[in-house]
Write a protein that binds this ligand. Structure first.
Ligand SMILES: [Zn+2]
Length: 88
């Protein structure tokens, strides 16, 4: 059922308010930890964008159990910081 959330127009918790790109897949694929200890759980696309944008951000250790964790890291490595501001 979660895999259809993004298809129903729902937004994940990792989507920046200025980032108008749609979520991809489950809205709770992984959790990003920020340098100041905040957590944001989101889809693969927006979690990768946050990971690429927030200095010292990382995935929650339990994400090693997520089948999407490697994809999030791989995607983040190809993105510029704040991709939504530069049109990526
Ligand atoms: Zn999302």
């Amino acid at each position: 059922m979660r895999q259809h959330d993004a298809e129903q127009g729902k937004r994940c918790g990792a989507a920046d308010a200025k980032d108008l790109t749609p979520c991809e897949g489950p809205l709770m694929a992984v959790t990003v930890l920020t340098a100041d200890g905040k957590e944001m759980t989101g889809c693969v696309a927006h979690s990768a964008r946050q990971l690429a944008s927030l200095p010292q951000a990382r995935l929650h250790p339990l994400c090693c159990l997520s089948p999407w964790a490697v994809g999030v890291y791989a995607r983040a490595a190809t993105l510029p910081p704040s991709a939504w501001e530069v049109g990526c």
